[in-house]
Design a protein around this ligand. Structure first.
Ligand code: FAD
Length: 366
């Protein structure tokens, strides 16, 4: 019997398994489909900067802690597995165009980032355009963040999976957990694909499916799927090397000339189909922000289901209803970025160690 059974093999479940295995626990991960092929594969891999020392909100504390972890986290995965995950500091700019009414929000955003100790290098539009000359000529506002990073998430997931296997984690695909055997306030076992899995501790890391899963054991955490579509373009040479964000839409350049254009936010249940409207809008957005992209090649498009929580924060920590179960879900737009800190916090909770962010590990007892 393993020490821990993790339910869900996305970036969150695999990161927790990797972290626990590195700290001496035996771990089994049950994945209903294929490991790392849901939201974690579909994401864009943006890793925005943060600074724990000066962070004041729960969101900023999680972002700051994970930002500090990423360099060592990526290096240890790469050195063990030999898989290059494309983690690097590419820089990022936030821009606004005249037709977007919210250019006036940038000064507030800049001062909030600066008060957190995040470097905002310049907020001079002309200077941002000098650095990225392919940007639209009529920007209304812009600023740059040199510490912005990115990761190639499909490679990151491959490395996590390989790292887990090398550390002896049992990875079982095609194992949908549908039944949970409970005695009082203890989970005894779960059943998946006809097999019973017992463990001392259980971790629910089922992404967008977590709300539905938890309801069957009487827990009502507000986690639901929110679809995001992405268009992949190819442009050689790359017209820019930094991430370009325009509020909730963005362009993420990869070193091989690919550019991810994202993304929508759609309530359509568990439907992952792409639509002509979204693809058209995303391409229009890309061309408006970087006009040269009119000549880019269209490679493909896809959609993923973000685990959205209306609290604005993921649920990380012990479920108050059980003595041996944790949840790590609801990371919405930031699960790739927050995977190292989530794994750290769950490891600290499960192994009875001092918890870095105790307030962020409080799961309400709905
Ligand atoms: C278009 C898009 C762009 C994004 N961009 C970024 C970004 O730039 N940066 C960032 O940090 N984040 C980004 N995200 C968000 C990020 O992808 C998610 O927050 C993250 O992947 C969530 O990870 P997860 O492991 O919780 O969920 P998932 O990756 O969905 O994994 C959950 C897994 O659990 C399995 N599962 C569920 N229920 C069960 C069950 N009962 N039994 C067994 N297995 C089960 C599922 O099959 C799935 O594989 C983006 C997401 C999308 C869709």
């Amino acid at each position: 019997m393993p020490d821990v059974v993790v339910i869900g093999g996305g970036v969150i479940g695999l990161s927790i398994a990797w972290e626990l295995a590195n700290n001496g626990s035996t771990v089994r991960v049950l994945e209903q489909g294929t490991f790392g092929r849901e939201a974690s594969w579909a994401g864009a891999g943006m890793l925005p900067p943060g600074n724990l020392a000066l962070a004041r909100t729960p969101e900023a504390r999680l972002r700051g802690a994970t930002h500090a972890q990423w360099p060592d986290w990526a290096a240890s995965l790469e050195s063990l597995t030999g898989i290059e995950i494309g983690y690097h500091r590419c820089g990022g700019v936030e821009v606004r165009l005249p037709e977007w009414p919210n250019a006036s929000e940038l000064p507030g955003l800049i001062s909030s980032l600066r008060s957190e100790g995040v470097i905002v290098e310049t907020d001079d539009v002309a200077e941002v355009r000098r650095r990225i000359p392919t940007l639209a000529t009529d920007l209304a506002a812009a600023f740059s963040m040199p510490e912005f990073c990115q990761v190639r998430n499909p490679r990151y997931l491959a490395a996590l999976q390989a790292g887990c296997e090398m550390r002896g984690v049992e990875l079982i695909a095609g194992a949908p957990v549908r039944q949970v055997e409970v005695t009082g306030n203890r989970i005894e076992s779960v059943r998946a694909a006809g097999d019973e899995h017992r463990a001392a501790e259980f971790v629910i890391a089922g992404g967008a499916w977590s709300g539905e899963f938890l309801r069957q054991i009487g827990i009502h955490l507000p986690i639901e799927p929110l679809k995001g579509q992405i268009v992949l373009l190819q442009a050689n040479p790359l017209p820019f090397r930094s991430v370009i964000q325009v509020g909730r839409e963005y362009l993420v350049p990869r070193s091989d000339g690919r550019i991810l254009v994202g993304s929508t936010e759609e309530r359509s249940g568990f439907d992952k189909r792409t639509t002509a409207r979204a693809v058209n809008d995303l391409i229009g957005f890309a061309r408006r922000v970087v006009p040269d992209l009119a000549d880019a090649t269209f490679e493909k498009c896809w959609a993923g289901l973000r685990p959205y929580s209306n609290t604005g924060q993921p649920f990380i920590g012990r479920l108050p209803q059980f003595v041996n179960a944790c949840v790590a879900a609801g990371h919405f737009r930031y699960g790739l970025h927050l995977s190292p800190v989530t794994a750290l916090l769950i490891r600290q909770v499960l192994l009875g160690q001092p918890v870095l962010l105790p307030e962020e590990c409080h799961v309400p007892g709905f």
